[in-house]
Design a protein around this ligand. Sequence first.
Ligand SMILES: Nc1nc2c(ncn2[C@@H]2O[C@H](COP(=O)(O)OP(=O)(O)OP(=O)(O)O)[C@@H](O)[C@H]2O)c(=O)[nH]1
Ligand SMILES: [Mg+2]
Length: 461
Amino acid sequence: MYTSDTICAISTPSGRGGIAVARVSGPDAIEIANRLWRGRALTEALTHTAHLGTVVDPATDAPLDQAVATVFRSPRSFTGENIVEIAVHGSTYIQQQLITLLCRAGARVAEPGEFTRRAFLNQRLDLAEAEAVADIIASSSRAAHRLAISQLQGHFSAHIDRLRNQLIDLAALLELELDFSEEDVEFADRSRLLALAESIRTTLRQLADTFHSGHAITQGIPVAIIGRPNAGKSSLLNALLHTDRAIVSDIPGTTRDTVEDTIDIDGITFRFIDTAGIHHTADPIEQMGIERALQRVSNASIIIWLTTPDEADLPALPATIAEHLSTHTHLILALNKADLAADAAAVLAQQAQSASAARHQIAISAKTGTGLDQLRQTIAQLATADLPADESMIVTNARHHQALMAAADALTALIDGMPTLTTDLLAFHLREAIDHMAAITGSITSDTILTTIFSRFCIGK
Ligand SMILES: Nc1nc2c(ncn2[C@@H]2O[C@H](COP(=O)(O)OP(=O)(O)OP(=O)(O)O)[C@@H](O)[C@H]2O)c(=O)[nH]1
Ligand SMILES: [Mg+2]
């Protein structure tokens, strides 16, 4: 048990509310809370029970508020320590006073994330689960919330641990060879080792690849609007946002910098990016805006290529954009100002012929709103189709992504070195891979390898 001092903090958002909850955690949490408590003694309370009472200033006995205190006794609590949660009325004054009184009674103000850090140190959560708590708190859309919840349930950690255990088994065999090195035996069948290392590396890379969508879900899936000056890009952004976010005018070259904002469609957050009209220009500032636009487009998951009925011949897609139309990028051809065309469908069909890279075509009007629902639907469908079926296997965390890539690299060193490297170097690379995976869930490895050796290969002692 990680024992230390007792910490306290208001766990509800800052500001005024119906109620506010102060959390007190640590070995003396119950005694400290009890010093401010008038009512049934919290020190006598059973774990997981709630009590109505009064919070007072023990120096004067002056009442601060009527409150409910919930007692959780170690180890059955979020942090694994004794916890008291005191719910008071949510006045900012009461909240401040409560923390002051708790500190006078022997607690100290918690550092950011300290409750969850204690939960990890007391093994109530592993590192990936602790990070999922932060993601849950940060999640602002249904999709981001679902991802965070599935990670908190530990499926992701369990998957990582399964892969790691397979590597540990191999490491155990290699280490055993090292112990018997003078006898020149090979416990670890090299072809089996190679096959397993390759299959695990493939799995690690597949997991790492999900980071693109995982990151997009938590941060907002980037959707770039591109097109010639005056096509109505800013008008479209405003229409989708239902605000006047971007400046609109009939003067070509109105938008110079990129403008972005998020929109929730079907529970998924999208980050729409309005860009400067792409065309040849001698104006250096406009040119900078265009370069910026191209750069933003290269990171987008979805590109809306906005055209107008008067664009009889579509320009070839700028080479920089064509290059980035990878598997990660969807291109939607949207004919704007459909209200100005006599036969919008015919114009769209004609434009679609010269824009074969765009597999989706829609006629819209940013002015009248025609086609915008269909555009939203298409965007949501494309985003959903990109998601792996098993949501708990999506990497949302940059640290996990790095660790997975590093583990895959270590396995590459192992695989490439298999024909030539000595057993101890192979074991070194394998241990490196194991350590990187352990970094994800925060477990300690060298001990684990030893335990596995001794538990599975009882060699006489
Ligand atoms: N009739 C009609 N006019 C539109 C529509 N969408 C935009 N416009 C008009 O087209 C003009 C240009 O609109 P903007 O949204 O500023 O165009 P933009 O693509 O952002 O232009 P730049 O920022 O200069 O690249 C404005 O006068 C808009 O009112 C539409 O659907 N129908
Ligand atoms: Mg604009």
